[in-house]
Write a new protein. Sequence first.
Length: 181
Amino acid sequence: MSVTVAAKRYADALYQLGLEKNTSDQLVEEFQVVKTVFEQNDQLLPFFEHPRLSLDQKKQFVDDVFTNVSADVVNTIKLLVERHRTDIISSMVDHFTQQVNEAKGKAEATIYSVRKLSDEELTHLERTFAKKFGKQSITFHTVVDPAILGGIKVQMGNTIIDGTISGKLQRIERSMRLANN
């Protein structure tokens, strides 16, 4: 089973659990912390895959490290440890967060600009793109990229809106090439 398919299945199960217990927001926050821990510690995945450590030792480690999160989060991590699927944690958290946000009409997107955008500009762009995408709100992750020359590029999932000067130049170049062929 591919990582994406497995991650989506676990995310679906977590989503149902969050709905049943009305703890979706709490689970999102706690799993974001778990994701950060796994992404910042490159020794964790090899630890959980180490054949000389028993399953009980690995589970005890989870109990010791994740003391400040709910039992549902700890049990999910333990289940992933048992099934040798700790490699899908980041992807699972992303899918789960996306499901919760989708249900609330929220979305996350990345905005690329040539300079750091002011809070006022970001607020205006968030409102504008929330209407465009039919969402209640959008949270932007900003990336400063001097290569775009000017304008902005917004990426939300598989959708990219490219209003950059470099993007326009590339489109002009492509159309000129097509015209010459």
